[in-house]
Design a binder for this molecule. Structure first.
Ligand SMILES: C[S@@+](CC[C@H](N)C(=O)[O-])C[C@H]1O[C@@H](n2cnc3c(N)ncnc32)[C@H](O)[C@@H]1O
Length: 256
């Protein structure tokens, strides 16, 4: 269901939070590093460059993403796996999970379990989007719940599957970690260069995927066109760009 090519539209904008996240990890010589929900591996490769002596593993539930990652031929061991089944090894000194846990409803329980199982001195770094109340997602939810779509996709589009930074800080502290948590709103300036609105093209790589998968082709075309019209009104183009504010939530935990 994940399409690496569509996800990689706006690759620079999508990778920025990963770099801002890992910049806050202070590990110097980790033994093992795991990237949970690594996607197609370009960013995981950066972890291998930063810690060349570590054993780096990337896990993702999408076989398409893992096939892409393996094709990069980097010193990373990749496996198709669900993060819900993952448990830290005794030498897991760094865990990174970027833009993944919003897809895992039970991730709060997993966070508690993982933090308690990590060895002393380990670092755990997570980032999730915090834009579920943004005009883009409100428009998506309203359309999905409207007549003609509600029966098929009304329940698919999620309300707010993540906490805010304070919520994750509280959870991670309760599990025994010291925590550095913050939020950033990036203002992505997306070129308004094609026939389709750039925010529609962005959403197609992520939030719209389950909708596309659930609708038959003619209904999907209608849905896309209707959403595109609303997005054009919510995010008007100026000087050839559309400003797309995107809030993201970060937490880095260290284990005493
Ligand atoms: C938005 S992409 C992020 C990929 C990468 N971390 C990045 O920052 O570019 C989300 C990834 O999470 C993966 N994913 C979603 N649910 C998962 C789960 N339960 N277990 C493992 N991977 C999952 C998807 O297959 C997808 O590759």
């Amino acid at each position: 269901m994940w399409d690496p090519a569509v996800y990689h539209r706006f690759g620079n904008e999508r990778s920025r939070p990963f770099h801002d996240l890992v910049a806050r990890i202070g590990a110097e010589k980790p033994r093992a590093v795991t990237d949970l929900g690594c996607g197609s591996g370009e960013l995981t490769a950066g972890l291998a460059e930063r810690w060349p002596a570590a054993r780096i593993t990337g896990l993702d539930s999408s076989p398409e993403m893992i096939a892409k990652a393996r094709a990069l031929a980097t010193p990373v061991e990749y496996a198709v796996a669900d993060v819900r089944d993952w448990q830290p090894a005794p030498d897991t000194d760094v865990v990174v999970t970027n833009a993944v846990l919003q897809w895992v409803p039970e991730h709060r329980t997993l966070l508690d379990r993982w933090i308690r199982a990590l060895p002393a001195g380990a670092w755990f770094a997570m980032q999730v989007p915090g834009n579920f109340g943004a005009p883009s997602h409100r428009a998506l939810r309203a359309l999905a719940r409207s007549d003609g779509y509600a029966d098929t996709v009304g329940e698919i589009v999620r309300e707010a599957p993540v906490d805010d930074a304070a919520g994750y800080a509280a959870l991670l502290v309760a599990a025994g970690a010291a925590v550095d948590a913050w939020e950033t709103t990036y203002v992505h300036l997306l070129p308004d260069s094609g026939p389709e609105h750039p925010v529609l093209r962005w959403l197609e790589g992520t939030a719209l995927r389950p909708v596309k998968a659930a609708l038959a082709e003619p209904a999907w075309r209608g849905f896309r066109a209707a959403l595109g019209a609303t997005l054009a009104a919510e995010y008007p183009a100026r000087n050839g760009y559309v400003a797309f504010p995107f809030r993201r939530i970060f937490a880095v935990a260290t284990i005493a």
